[in-house]
Design a protein around this ligand. Structure first.
Ligand SMILES: [Zn+2]
Length: 311
């Protein structure tokens, strides 16, 4: 979606307000430095980060999503499609998943989650490379959007799940509705996204949490209130534990945020020169603290897992 919108892309409310301005030049510098990826083909103008006062969604405006070329460049990093995710083992312990006869996963990559399941598995995926790899492994994965798939496949699945995909889509409303349409009555919907109510909500220059990668940000309130917009009942809402390798980012983000609060400096998702001085200070403190960190720190991890029943 390359034109700005004047309403919330989840609940359609017009009670939205700008909480940040993002320069495409500055964001491109971050992507080039971290991943050697030029995003100026995908993002043509500066953006704002909007907050919906009704449903609490944050979204970038306009919603510039990533092209096939952008994702192909990211897939060159072997960590991009991990074969193991905390969500896979965790969600597979849900009683609803263990009892399911049929399961649909949206944005499934190569369909790795099917290896964890006894249910009859179907996946949807945009990456043609990933679909071909899934087919070679004998996994049923289609190159379709959930909106297209749900047109011909209503009320068919016991479980519909999507791990770290919703935040990439420019139309979360039709995405969630499509997921619900594919569920049998009383079926289970499982959605995970990065948790805006965690350290990543404060992390600056976190390119992969910005366009053209992520275009929306989800707080716990977005999930607890989802039943007001769709025919679903929330069964559980959890945060993953803080990963040990994320602890330095956690401390760093928290320190910069605390300094901003004390000094009255406005937080922004992309850092300014003033923020970069703070980062030097917080990097130094983090470096010193790392010497004495407990091996495993439990706290709010970077992923939220929401489970619903279709009404
Ligand atoms: Zn809204």
């Amino acid at each position: 979606m390359t034109n700005p919108v004047n309403h919330c892309v989840l609940c359609n409310s017009t009670d939205i307000h700008t909480i940040d301005n993002i320069s495409v030049d500055r964001l491109n510098k971050v992507y080039l430095k971290e991943y050697d990826i030029d995003i100026t083909d995908d993002i043509k103008t500066d953006m704002t980060l909007e907050h919906c006062k009704d449903c609490d969604l944050r979204f970038f405006n306009p919603l510039f999503t990533g092209s096939q070329s952008f994702y192909e460049q990211l897939q060159k990093f072997d960590w991009y499609y991990k074969s193991e995710k905390f969500e896979y083992t965790h969600v597979n312990q849900f009683q609803e998943v263990r009892a399911a006869e049929s399961l649909l996963e949206i944005g499934c990559g190569k369909g790795v989650f099917s290896d964890y399941l006894t249910a009859n598995y179907t996946g949807l995926e945009f990456s043609e490379t990933a679909v071909a790899e899934a087919a070679a492994l004998g996994r049923r994965v289609y190159n379709k959007s959930i909106e297209e798939y749900s047109n011909n496949t209503s009320s068919s699945y016991d479980v519909v799940c999507s791990f770290q995909v919703l935040e990439h889509t420019e139309n979360p409303r039709s995405f969630i509705q499509g997921c619900i349409d594919c569920l049998k009555p009383n079926g289970t919907l499982i959605i995970t996204t990065p948790a805006e109510d965690s350290w990543i909500g404060y992390k600056q220059d976190f390119s992969l949490n910005m366009p053209p990668h992520h275009v929306t940000r989800w707080t716990d309130k977005c999930y607890t209130d989802l039943g007001k917009l769709f025919p679903v009942e929330l069964l559980s809402l959890e945060h993953t534990p803080l990963e040990p390798f994320h602890i330095p980012w956690y401390i760093n983000s928290w320190l910069v945020h605390a300094m901003n609060e004390r000094l009255g400096i406005k937080h922004s998702v992309v850092s300014s020169k003033r923020h970069r001085v703070q980062h030097i200070i917080s990097d130094t403190i983090t470096w010193m603290l790392k010497a004495n960190l407990p091996v495993v720190y439990r706290g709010l991890g970077d992923t939220v897992i929401a489970k619903y029943r279709k009404l």
